[in-house]
Design a protein around this ligand. Structure first.
Ligand code: SF4
Length: 216
């Protein structure tokens, strides 16, 4: 008869302890984010990334509830991953690289054909920055994909398993794709769009060229 209350007490203690640990970790993650913003420097990169990955959705909710810019969480994760993986990416052979551009970087007048397997088949018409970058990629045997989201990138990597990947996207998309590729141990680098939105977005073309052709 006495066992039932004690079982529920134990359950209650476990529940409360879990909530307290969760709250403390959320607080530590938030503090780390503010320290990094203030110092303009990444601290404890691997441990911080682990914490931010584990608390990704609660952290974003917390930022929304606190009226703060939730994209900060994505931007910091991207910066940390770039710092950790940049050397590995730059050590890869240029011909083994893949670059993935987002759909929204195209001109609204883009006449390229789209296939579910290959994405947009850019004909280098010159109406957007992708055309110029594709020219450079073709000259250097870098594979180009213009496609939406992480699931497409996963399919591409099944066909080209030994590649390293340069990803270009807005903060949420980019972070999602980098998180997916990280679980597969793929060398990667992410570049944020400098103008986001659903159509005719923009990217720093010089930065893309530098990372596309960069070597260690
Ligand atoms: S350069 Fe390529 S992606 Fe850009 S608008 Fe022309 S065909 Fe489309």
């Amino acid at each position: 008869m006495n066992e039932l209350p004690s079982f529920f007490s134990v359950l209650g203690i476990i529940f409360v302890t879990t909530i307290i640990i969760f709250g403390i970790l959320l607080l530590i993650a938030t503090l780390l984010i503010f320290i990094m913003i203030r110092r303009k420097k990444i601290v404890f990169p691997r441990a911080t990334l682990f914490l931010l990955d584990a608390l990704y959705y609660p952290l974003k909710r917390l930022f929304v509830y606190s009226n703060m810019d939730k994209s900060i969480v994505d931007k910091i994760e991207i910066e940390i991953r770039n710092g950790i993986l940049k050397n590995e990416y730059l050590s890869s052979k240029i011909k083994d690289r893949i670059v993935v551009f987002p759909y929204c970087l195209r001109s609204i007048d883009c006449k390229a054909q789209v296939s579910p397997e290959l994405g947009v088949n850019c004909i280098k018409c010159g109406k957007c920055k992708i055309g110029n970058l594709k020219e450079i990629c073709d000259e250097n045997s870098i594979k180009v994909f213009i496609a939406p989201g992480g699931s497409f990138v996963k399919r591409v990597l099944k066909r080209h398993p030994c590649s390293s990947v340069l990803l270009i996207a807005c903060h949420a998309e980019l972070n999602e794709m980098m998180r997916i590729l990280s679980t597969q141990g793929i060398p990667q680098y992410g570049i944020l769009l400098k103008k986001t939105g659903c159509i005719e977005t923009d990217v720093d073309i010089e930065l893309v060229k530098e990372i596309l052709l960069g070597v260690n």
